[in-house]
Design a protein around this ligand. Structure first.
Ligand code: DQA
Length: 151
């Protein structure tokens, strides 16, 4: 079965209590439940992880490169700074979709630039938890396209 790696970045473990005016009150556990329900509907497997440190996210990307068909990633604060996460996404042979709960283009100027997005096939943001579900659909579509092209 097709496997999609979902990687949540720093501070997303605090969703629900963290700046609810920006990120809403939904918890990460609830988002993960919705991701798992959609994965079942789409007949794919998901492996979901959350890491606060940059190195752990890079390790998760490398691991996904060995075992998954596509990546859905919210690099959170590292979006705006991490050349190393950008390079890890470039280094693996599978497509990635970047996700944001908030619309980063409508926020502070320093948040409007994504260092990691140029290493991704697409970006979805501004739709809260729904951003992850649309990204999962996109990741599955991309992975299916490349599986078809290879067969
Ligand atoms: C975020 C947006 C980032 O700017 C911020 O640092 C986050 C969350 C989002 O999902 O909206 O931690 O990635």
């Amino acid at each position: 079965m097709m496997l999609i790696a979902v990687i949540h970045g720093p501070n997303l473990n605090l969703l629900g209590v963290r700046e609810p005016d920006v990120y809403g009150t939904v918890t990460l556990a609830r988002i993960d439940e919705r991701i798992e329900a959609l994965a079942e509907e789409l007949s794919v497997e998901v492996s979901i992880c959350q890491h606060n440190s940059e190195g752990a996210i890079i390790d998760a990307i490398h691991q996904a490169g060995c075992e998954a068909d596509a990546i859905v990633i919210n690099p959170a604060g590292y979006t705006h700074t991490s050349v190393a996460i950008h390079d890890a996404l470039k280094a693996v042979p599978i497509p990635a979709i970047e996700v944001h709960l908030s619309n980063i283009l409508a926020r502070e100027e320093w948040r409007q630039r994504s260092v990691t997005a140029p290493a991704c096939a697409g970006v979805i943001g501004g739709l809260g938890a729904e951003s992850y579900l649309l990204a999962l659909r996109g990741a599955v579509a991309l992975a299916r396209e490349s599986a078809e092209a290879a067969s």
